[in-house]
Every structure is written in structure tokens, then in C-alpha cells.
Design a protein around this ligand. Structure first.
Ligand code: AMP
Length: 131
């Protein structure tokens, strides 16, 4: 069965899309640890990130770099943090989180559920900075 992220790529499930190219897709995390928290995935479904080929992994990180630049331009922050967990969704993904302080990257704490209008606004602001 296709992963929830493959279904997002296929357009079967809605997402707050930030950017995509032929091989990669970026969208807002639905339960962010901080506003602007974005996921970057390979369109090809693979559970464990280190089972990607070298080229796919390199391409994922280079695409994530462009997404991180857009987040940094759109959201006031010091840096954009990078984490890979993958314990919940079996489709490789990189978490990008705008950081003002270390605690902004606390995945063990309570996650946010932001109003749809705020998610849409964050999405448009970040997507608008993607180059
Ligand atoms: P993990 O697999 O542990 O890295 O966590 C999966 C992440 O995917 C969590 O941060 C979830 O909030 C996020 N997530 C799960 N379903 C969706 C969805 N439909 N749209 C956006 N983000 C999602």
C-alpha cells in the first residue's frame, strides 16, 4: 500500500505544498514543532533514508538546501535545523525547522496544530521564496 506521503505526491491527500521537482517534494508538516516546519521527501517511496541510493540521498539534501533557504527568507529565525526521524511514516523524509532556540526542535514535546489560515499563510510565504 502506498505511504501517506506517496498519496500526497499523487494528489490523493491534500498538503501545503512548498515546492517540487521531478524527484523531490516539500510540504508543511501538519503537526509542526515550530511554525514553518517543513518535510522534504523523495517522490520514490523508500522507508529508510539511508536505503536511498547515493545519488538520491545527495539530491534530496540539495533540494532540502533550497527549501531551507526559502524557510530562512520567509520566517524570522537564526538557522534552519535538520532532523531525520522516520519512526512514524515509513517514507524517507527530512524535517526542516526554523530555529530561534534549541527547544524549537523538540520532537518529544507537544506538537502544534495551527489554524488552516496560518498554515496557508506560512505555505505561501515559504513557497514564494523558493528559488
Ligand atoms: P517521523 O516519521 O517520526 O519523522 O514523523 C512523521 C512526521 O510526518 C510527523 O512530524 C507528522 O506530523 C508528519 N505528518 C504525518 N502525516 C502528515 C500529513 N498528512 N501531512 C503533513 N505531515 C504529516
Amino acid at each position: 500500500m502506498a505511504s501517506i506521503f506517496s498519496r500526497i505526491v499523487a494528489g490523493e491527500i491534500p498538503s501545503y505544498k512548498i515546492a517540487e521537482d521531478e524527484n523531490y517534494y516539500a510540504f508543511l508538516d501538519i503537526n509542526p514543532v515550530a511554525p514553518g516546519h517543513t518535510l522534504v521527501i523523495p517522490k520514490r517511496e523508500e522507508d529508510y533514508i539511508f536505503d536511498l541510493s547515493d545519488d538520491e540521498l545527495a539530491g534530496l539534501m540539495v533540494f532540502a538546501k533550497r527549501v531551507a533557504a526559502a524557510i530562512k527568507a520567509a520566517i524570522p529565525c537564526k538557522k534552519v535545523g535538520v532532523t531525520v526521524l522516520g519512526l512514524e511514516v515509513p517514507h524517507a523524509h527530512v524535517h526542516l525547522v526554523p530555529l530561534k532556540r534549541e527547544s524549537d526542535m523538540n520532537f518529544a514535546g507537544e506538537k502544534l496544530t495551527l489554524p488552516a489560515e496560518q498554515m496557508q499563510d506560512l505555505c505561501e510565504r515559504i513557497a514564494g521564496q523558493f528559488k
